[in-house]
Design a protein around this ligand. Structure first.
Ligand code: AMP
Ligand code: ZN
Length: 581
């Protein structure tokens, strides 16, 4: 009896054994065409089913979002997370029992993702064959760079946004720079890719209107019409920045070859579009899936994750900075809420300045968005950089000449040559600034997670007070309503009893809850106190320690300024503001 018969009973249903049997039978020449066809068809159908199933698993964002349904997250925060970080459109409030239908989104994007992925596979091969000199010798003309940077500043200041202003652009650019150095990922990237990262960060919110994509869609703004409601702002940021460079004196990419220009553009477009928060869960899911595969990580996807993480990185910075950025964003949201009220539109989540639960929303933001993003970022960096570190440590030469894997797992000498090298120290060692040898991913991760946790704890403290204020406000509202009802009753009776005399009964209007929004006209800092803004724990390194420049600028009005409030006085300000009414 042949092998096929012995394994038949146990494994006949398993296509892999069927196929192996077929091969054996073919070798022996004892199979008829009808059987062969039937078996191949069967194997194809099984493979197809597995493919579809895997695809669904890959794209199913419901897993990540199901936690948001947890009762511990207030409805308003859940609504905001779902409407901001998924492609769910519209701002209509759901009733608690209704579950968002994320599956439909999943199915809608399935085809697109796969076509796009296949496209990247071929397109990212382009550019690997360029001689190193092309990239090494290109220069950005300095006058063009100055004109371009000035125009960017003007664009970022156009709408006088409390949050999406030039300081945010500088902050994100600095953070991208920090991540590239401290994770060692810069050693995996080519010079052109590093330029693309910095450039994308600098332009990623150019001419931001201070309102959300959803607001543009709801108000049918020109940009929403122009970009067909798809990543409206992000499309505008990248398009408008490129439009600037159409002017000769601002063309900082004038010396790039045609191919490099195209490659850079393709990366920048992908990265900036990936800052559209409605793609967040999909992006996380896709990247997580990539990490489980043996093949190399797609460079554009890794770079997009770095930019996305930098864009939401303030919860990984010192409390003072995080708090200020949060308040700046809240003020921007509230200004949108004011516009919505004026236009007779429903408030978007977190946009009603009278009832938004700031602290609670921050806990949700950190739990569901920030922590998973940074955890994925550090895992991705580990997967990419650890092999480079191992290679480098094996290498005798101080120069880092060993080729490593590119985005698709192939090895390219040209690419390896383009990488920044270990610079020899005077004693011939390899431990120099920014070299792979100095990369410590474990501390990078631990420090970030520690800071994020500490910030979350601060919000938790504030959430208790926020809840108290909210309850007091509601009680007062109820009391006021009851007393108004009683007074009305009394009044009606009096009027009925005492003919038509006017009423002098006044009611105390309900005390509205004013959350801890600091004034955006007066900076948070106290001029008399020139203390510099530092981490409360000097041993904790956050994303800002690479450059103090950004840390010492005031996100509220865009003016460079030292952060002058001590931690305690900031806290006092929060508490004061919390109980303002
Ligand atoms: P971008 O608009 O490109 O700056 O992307 C950042 C987005 O992340 C913001 O528009 C918000 O939707 C979200 N985000 C950032 N920080 C916070 C925060 N502290 N609380 C809530 N959402 C935030
Ligand atoms: Zn941004």
């Amino acid at each position: 009896m042949d092998d096929c018969v012995t394994i038949k009973k146990k494994h006949l249903q398993r296509p892999i054994f069927r196929l192996r049997c077929l091969v054996k039978q073919l070798e022996k020449g004892d199979i008829n065409v009808v059987d062969l066809k039937k078996n191949i068809e069967y194997a194809a159908s099984v493979l197809e089913a597995v493919y579809i199933d895997e695809t669904r698993k890959l794209l199913d964002t419901e897993d990540e979002l199901s936690d948001i349904q947890s009762d511990s997250v207030p409805l308003e925060v859940r609504d905001w997370l779902a409407s901001t970080f998924t492609r769910e459109m519209g701002i209509v409030k759901r009733r608690p029992e209704e579950k968002p239908k994320f599956r439909s989104i999943v199915h809608a994007v399935q085809a697109g993702i796969f076509v796009e992925r296949m496209y990247r596979r071929t397109s990212s091969m382009v550019g690997l064959a360029y001689p190193a000199e092309v990239i090494v010798t290109f220069k950005i003309p300095v006058p063009n760079l100055i004109s371009f940077a000035e125009a960017l500043e003007v664009g970022y200041s156009k709408y006088k946004n409390p949050y999406h202003n030039l300081i945010h652009a500088a902050d994100v650019t600095q953070t991208v720079h920090y991540i590239m150095i401290h994770t060692g990922i810069m050693h995996w990237l080519t010079e052109l890719e590093i330029l693309a990262m910095i450039f994308a960060a600098a332009v990623h919110d150019y001419e931001h209107t201070g309102t959300t994509n959803n607001f543009h869609i709801q108000t049918r703004s020109d940009v929403a019409i122009l970009y067909n409601d798809r990543s409206v702002l992000e499309n505008h940021h990248v398009s408008a920045a490129y439009r600037l460079m159409q002017e000769e004196e601002m063309n900082i990419l004038a010396n790039l070859t045609k191919d490099d220009w195209r490659e850079l553009r393709s990366l920048v477009i992908e990265m900036v579009l990936s800052t559209d928060m409605s793609g967040h869960f999909q992006q996380i899911k896709t990247m997580r899936h990539t990490l489980q595969q043996t093949e190399g990580v797609d460079k554009a996807k890794a770079m997009s994750l770095i930019l996305h993480a930098a864009d939401i990185s303030h919860p990984a910075k010192s409390w003072e900075l995080h708090y200020r950025w949060t308040m700046a964003l809240m003020e921007e949201f509230f200004r949108q809420g004011d516009k919505e009220a004026a236009l007779g539109l429903q408030f978007s989540p977190l946009c009603d300045r009278k009832s938004t639960l700031v602290a609670q929303s921050q806990i949700g933001f950190i739990d569901f968005i920030v922590e998973p993003t940074f955890s994925l970022l550090t895992d991705s960096m580990e997967k990419i950089v650890m092999p480079l570190i191992e290679e480098a440590s094996k290498s005798e030469s101080p120069a880092f000449g060993t080729p490593s894997q590119n985005s698709l797992g192939a090895v390219s000498n040209a690419e390896a040559q383009r990488r920044p090298s270990f610079k020899s120290t005077s004693d011939g060692g390899t431990h120099t600034e920014n070299s792979l040898a100095t990369v410590d991913l474990t501390s990078f991760k631990d420090n970030l997670m520690k800071i994020i946790q500490a910030n979350k704890e601060r919000w938790k403290e504030l959430a208790v007070e926020e809840e108290l204020v909210k309850n007091v406000g509601e009680q007062e509202k109820d009391q006021s309503r009851n007393s108004t009802d009683a007074q009305l009753q009394e009044e009606t009776t009096r009027i009925q009893n005492e003919s038509s005399q006017g009423s002098d009964g006044t009611t105390c209007p309900p005390r509205s809850i004013v959350l801890q929004v600091v004034s955006f006209d007066t900076p948070l800092s106290d001029e008399s106190n020139s203390e510099k803004c530092t981490n409360s724990d000097p041993n904790q390194k956050d994303l800002t320690d690479a450059q103090q420049e950004t840390q010492n600028t005031d996100p509220l009005n865009g003016e460079p300024k030292h952060c002058k409030k001590s931690e305690d006085s900031v806290k006092a300000t929060e508490k004061e503001a919390l109980i303002q009414n």
